[in-house]
Write a protein that binds this ligand. Structure first.
Ligand SMILES: [Zn+2]
Length: 714
């Protein structure tokens, strides 16, 4: 996470003043304030929060906060999506933050999953397929000059929007206010303020979220509080690229519920059986840990004095149910001893000359580690250091895993390979999803894409031709262990299930914070190389792991790409927020030095391809990815040290993009863009799968066109 981005409230004061002036006269009854958003202390939720200031964001990031999205400006203030407990929200509120939207409560994902499965079963029982989604579609002397760097307009759901990016020459003046005025063809006019955007303490430009306009804007100008004005420009249609229309009879909509890793495995198997001539299933070389954890228990009372005792092996390896206890030997002058018999670990406490037990928590933990190191490890509970060890137990060790239908063994991650010629002779495309466990909509996107290509190959000549020309690789779930944990134990799980923590960080109370961020574990521009946006803290949401490619999940993606050197294009599918991005994805903290920028030619290819793919996404239900969220990761989202796209691009020469599916939805009633979250009601996830699968089909066309152009150049 980039801690140096900065949004300042340049325009806020002016807006408040002008609003006060334009409503003179006696105060009328105050409008009913919306009910404040609260959580119970132990509840966890994904919350859109308006932060007090940049310092508050910096403190959150430094503390390892689980930021779900790039913080954005709203009315000059910082808006961030955070996974928070009720206690954390109360603390933030006390420090001046305001919760503006509960994007998702912890239980919502489970409910949305169950609802999606029930609805799918009902449709199957009725002999119906999932329903096809319908088309939802100045007089003072100027001391600065303004340049409109971007001005785009588009229509989504029948509503026109405009977005502008404007730079002032008064770059050092944080108080410059910039206002954009627009006019439509039929003469309607309006205006909106822009907000100053700094990065690494340096002024970049002014911008705002997309603003609704009654119809196509034909004129746009910007003026500043210093008297500067821009030239009049005509906003450009975004993305202004239309994919070929779907032919009659084109088959789509193969997703009718959320899919767990077990479901995904079954779907891969079914596709391989059904389309034998077009599919290979590739078992990736590195098995994951599996849905497994060591078994642990508190020996003693964590509120008073306790030692955490944990099995070295996983709980399912006959360690669940093992017991641990401390006993008073009942005699004077006894030493501290440790014994293990009949699945019971017994610590006999030392006694003094009066027969009173005298062992401390530290001594008990050290004795277990010294004498039973092959079976157990023990750590003093945080806050219990040096305290007298009570007589306690027996306590039962348990791995705490709730999933009952998940095989407890190492998992083989699989890829689908689709095409007529699966021999490396055709240009290759790789689509991979769910590096982050909680992003449940993302495998729906890649599986819908795969099945569209296969189902239509027999009936649609254009699809057949794509499969003739392109070799397609799909990894629907890169991180199945984390996904199983997300479905069964903790919805907001982002990382994998490997616990590299040591010492008191292994306390079971941290169980929802363990794991490695798979998309921070790659080798290029990594945390280990000094890049920003990953953490060495094993409890952080962006923990980079113990070394580059320390994890099976990341190693699998790279192994597949290296084994198939014809792969020239890749899409890393994440959620949520509605982004379309490419390298560079990381920079160093000092001076914001990014990984090398692509050449002019390659940048052009990235942008032109992006416009085509954004156009294809919009074809489904009118969702338009904003121009301000289309571009290099480091510019439009945040620095993400050690992400997969950067390794694919810089090391393997692959044009590597990232999707964040799940665009904000416009709420015309409130006039706000609303976040959809990681596990929205299934209707929304289904919509995302349909529109972004269309985007992946367009990526295949991009690859085909690229290969044809290369061949023509000879
Ligand atoms: Zn993600």
């Amino acid at each position: 996470m980039n801690v140096r981005r900065r949004w300042t409230a340049a325009a806020t004061t002016a807006i408040l003043i002008s609003a006060a002036l334009s409503h003179p006269g006696p105060a009328t009854a105050a409008p009913t304030a919306p009910a404040p958003i609260t959580l119970t202390a132990t509840e966890t939720a994904l919350v859109r929060v308006q932060l007090r200031d940049q310092a508050q964001l910096d403190r959150l990031v430094a503390g390892g906060a689980d930021l779900a999205n790039r913080p954005r400006a709203r009315d000059g203030r910082i808006l961030a999506d955070l996974v928070l407990s009720g206690a954390q929200l109360t603390e933030l509120t006390a420090q001046g933050a305001t919760a503006v939207q509960i994007v998702q409560r912890a239980g919502d994902g489970t409910r949305h999953f169950a609802e999606s499965v029930r609805a799918a079963q009902a449709r199957t029982a009725a002999g119906l397929r999932a329903p096809a989604t319908s088309q939802r579609t100045t007089a003072a002397t100027a001391v600065d000059t303004l340049q409109v760097q971007q001005a785009y307009w588009w229509t989504t759901g029948g509503q026109a929007f405009v977005q502008a990016q404007v730079a002032t020459t008064a770059t050092d003046d944080p108080d410059v206010e910039i206002t954009v005025s627009w006019r439509t063809a039929d003469g309607a006019t309006g205006s909106f303020p822009l907000y100053r955007f700094e990065d690494s303490g340096e002024y970049q430009y002014h911008y705002n979220l997309p603003q609704p306009v009654p119809s196509r804007p034909v004129q746009l100008t910007a003026t500043s509080s210093l008297g500067g004005a821009s030239r009049v420009v005509t906003p450009t249609l975004w993305p202004n690229a239309t994919p070929p229309p779907l032919p009659a009879g084109y088959q789509k909509d193969f997703i009718d519920a959320y899919l767990t890793p077990v479901d995904i495995q079954a779907r891969i198997k079914r596709l391989a059986r059904q389309y034998r001539d077009l599919v290979d299933v590739i078992d990736l070389p590195n098995k994951t840990q599996g849905y497994r954890r060591s078994a642990a228990a508190y020996l003693g009372d964590p509120a008073v004095a306790a030692v955490v005792v944990e099995s070295v092996r996983f709980g399912d390896q006959s360690m669940n149910g093992v017991q641990v206890r401390t006993v008073d030997p009942g005699r004077r002058n006894r030493p501290l001893t440790v014994g293990y018999r009949d699945r019971v670990l017994t610590v006999s406490l030392a006694t003094d000359t009066a027969g009173k037990t005298v062992s401390t928590t530290d001594e008990v933990a050290a004795a277990i580690n010294a004498r039973q190191a092959n079976r157990f490890r023990a750590t003093v509970e945080d806050g219990s250091a040096g305290l007298p060890m009570p007589v306690a137990g027996p306590a039962r060790l348990d791995d705490g895993l709730q999933g009952t239908e998940v095989p407890a063994k190492p998992w083989t991650v699989q890829a689908l390979r689709l095409g007529v010629h699966r021999d490396g002779s055709r240009v290759g495309v790789l689509a991979y999803s769910q590096e982050h466990a909680r992003e449940w909509a993302t495998p729906l996107v890649t599986l819908e894409f795969a099945e569209r290509m296969l189902a239509n190959a027999r009936t649609d000549p254009a699809t057949r031709e794509l499969l003739e020309q392109v070799d397609i690789f799909v990894i629907p779930t890169v991180n199945p262990d984390g996904a199983n944990y997300s479905f069964n134990d903790f919805n907001f799980q982002r990382k994998n299930l490997v616990n590299h923590c040591t010492g008191s960080a292994r306390d079971p109370k941290n169980r929802n914070s363990w794991g490695v961020d798979v998309n921070r574990n790659y080798t290029v521009g990594s945390y280990f190389d000094g890049y920003v946006g990953a953490s060495a803290n094993c409890l952080s949401g962006t923990y980079a792991g113990t070394a580059e490619l320390s994890e099976a999940e990341s190693s699998n993606v790279i192994a597949l790409a290296k084994a198939h050197t014809n792969i020239k294009f890749a899409m890393n599918v994440h959620s949520y927020g509605g982004y379309f991005m490419w390298p560079p994805g990381a920079y160093r903290a000092d001076g914001r030095i990014t990984l090398p920028r692509p050449s002019i030619d390659e940048s052009t290819l990235f942008l032109n391809s992006a416009r085509r793919i954004v156009g294809a996404i919009a074809q489904e239900r009118g969702t338009v990815t904003w121009p301000s969220q289309t571009g290099p990761v480091a510019d439009v989202l945040y620095s993400a040290a050690g992400n997969s796209a950067d390794q694919l691009y810089y090391e393997l020469g692959i044009f590597a993009w990232d999707f964040e599916v799940g665009n904000d939805r416009w709420n015309p009633t409130t006039g706000e863009w609303e976040g959809v979250g990681f596990q929205p009601p299934f209707d929304e996830a289904h919509g995302e799968s349909q529109e972004y699968a269309g985007g992946l089909v367009e990526m295949v066309r991009v690859a085909r066109d690229y290969a044809a152009a290369q061949a023509a150049e000879g």
